[in-house]
Ligand binder design. Structure first.
Ligand code: C5P
Length: 379
């Protein structure tokens, strides 16, 4: 997964890392804070749909460190087949470029930790953008981890997490990957055991959603006041998507619902987990992109036990009872789509999490199955 071992930064070198996508199995959202973010409680799950991030470091003689990012769609990536696949941001417009720059600044820039270097980041994209799958955040985290490796780990774990959190709410999660509870705006993490493995079907969308826009719609919908009749935004068997959002979830309600979710998860029974799936942003995503509701319905009709928008969307995932069921549901789901979407949604069965959890960049610990969860806070 990763390239050569650490080396002094002056020597240059190259590291390639897989950058996984994530889904949010659970997302309870509170009210907007004064800083514009929303307090939330979420369960992140890394899934084996990956970008490939290569970071090259070259000595640059004199002058300031430079950063170049070149991102391109992997041939055959589901997103690339959509005519509407967005152009990928390059250089400092790409979050990975801003990650490299933030890394340089954290190390001390010119004159301290790093000698003048040219940093080149190449990103082969498979994770659709604007999909709620965290692709850009994951690329940024992979860039930070690769630079740590290439430069002899100049940043301690706390600083690395602070830099990650400054780039985006989901970036700290991708430093560890695996499965974790996220709190505050998503950056305070408690790593979870990886068992049980979940069998998911990702539905990759022909449309995109911007996270900030979805949160704005959440505010609009939930500002109308709580309506107990429309609190259910989970899509279970035969259950259509709710049109309204619940009121913002208070801290106690978020934690109580999380506890129920984690109990179901620990029980290991997929049906029970499906009944506890929750995403408070789902109604907002559906109201902005009704096609997303058709994807949810297609997954349920194809035999998934439940289906949910991931994060702010527009991607959707279904939970299946096992590997065969997931493969079967993925194969059937296309035929359950309305004609306008046939051939435009890619259904990808994944077993999650399917690979090792990365080293915890702070403590060097692993969040393996059965180990006590531990909390990671940015400095
Ligand atoms: O942190 P990130 O840059 O990914 O967030 C993008 C946007 O999503 C923020 O500017 C904010 O509008 C919204 N957001 C939020 N509450 C969160 C996370 C994101 O309101 N917890």
């Amino acid at each position: 997964m990763s390239g050569p071992a650490s080396r002094p930064p002056g020597a240059g070198g190259e590291v390639t890392r897989s950058a996984p996508a994530k889904v949010n199995l659970f997302l309870a959202v509170g009210a907007r804070r004064t800083d514009g973010y929303h307090d939330l409680v979420t369960v992140f799950e890394a899934v084996p749909l990956t970008d490939l991030v290569t970071v090259r470091l070259r000595p640059a003689g004199t002058g300031e460190p430079t950063v170049r990012v070149s991102a391109f769609w992997s041939p055959g990536a589901p997103a690339a087949s959509h005519p509407g696949a967005p152009a990928l941001p390059q250089d400092l417009d790409n979050l990975a470029g801003r990650a490299a720059q933030a890394f340089i600044e954290a190390v001390g820039g010119r004159g301290s930790g790093l000698p003048p270097v040219a940093i080149e980041v190449t990103i082969e994209k498979r994770i659709p953008a604007g999909a709620g799958l965290g692709g850009g955040s994951s690329d940024a985290a992979a860039t930070l981890l690769a630079l740590q490796e290439l430069c002899g780990r100049p940043l301690d774990g706390r600083t690395l997490r602070r830099v990650a959190a400054s780039l985006g709410s989901d970036v700290p999660f991708f430093l560890s990957g695996g499965r974790a509870v996220g709190r505050s705006r998503g950056e305070l993490l408690t790593l979870l055991p990886r068992a049980p493995r979940l069998h998911l079907v990702l539905a990759l969308p022909p449309v995109t959603l911007a996270t900030a826009e979805v949160y704005r719609r959440f505010d609009e919908l939930s500002g109308a006041g709580p309506d107990p009749a429309t609190l259910a935004t989970r899509i279970g068997p035969g259950l259509p998507a709710g049109g309204d959002s619940p009121a913002p979830a208070g801290p106690r309600e978020r934690e109580t619902a999380l506890e129920a979710f984690l109990r179901a998860l620990a029980g290991g029974e997929a049906g029970a987990v499906a009944r506890c799936l929750r995403n408070d942003l789902q109604a907002a995503a559906l109201s902005l992109r009704p096609e997303v509701g058709e994807m949810l319905r297609a997954l349920v009709q194809a035999g998934c036990l439940g289906a949910l928008v991931s994060g702010s969307g527009a991607s959707v995932f279904g939970l299946a009872a096992g590997e065969e069921e997931a493969a079967g549901a993925a194969a059937r789901a296309s035929s359950a789509l309305p004609p306008a979407l046939v051939g435009r949604v890619a259904f990808v069965p994944v077993v999650s999490p399917a690979w090792e959890v990365r080293d915890d960049p702070a403590e060097g610990a692993r969040s393996g199955s059965g180990e006590a969860p531990h909390t990671l806070k940015p400095g």
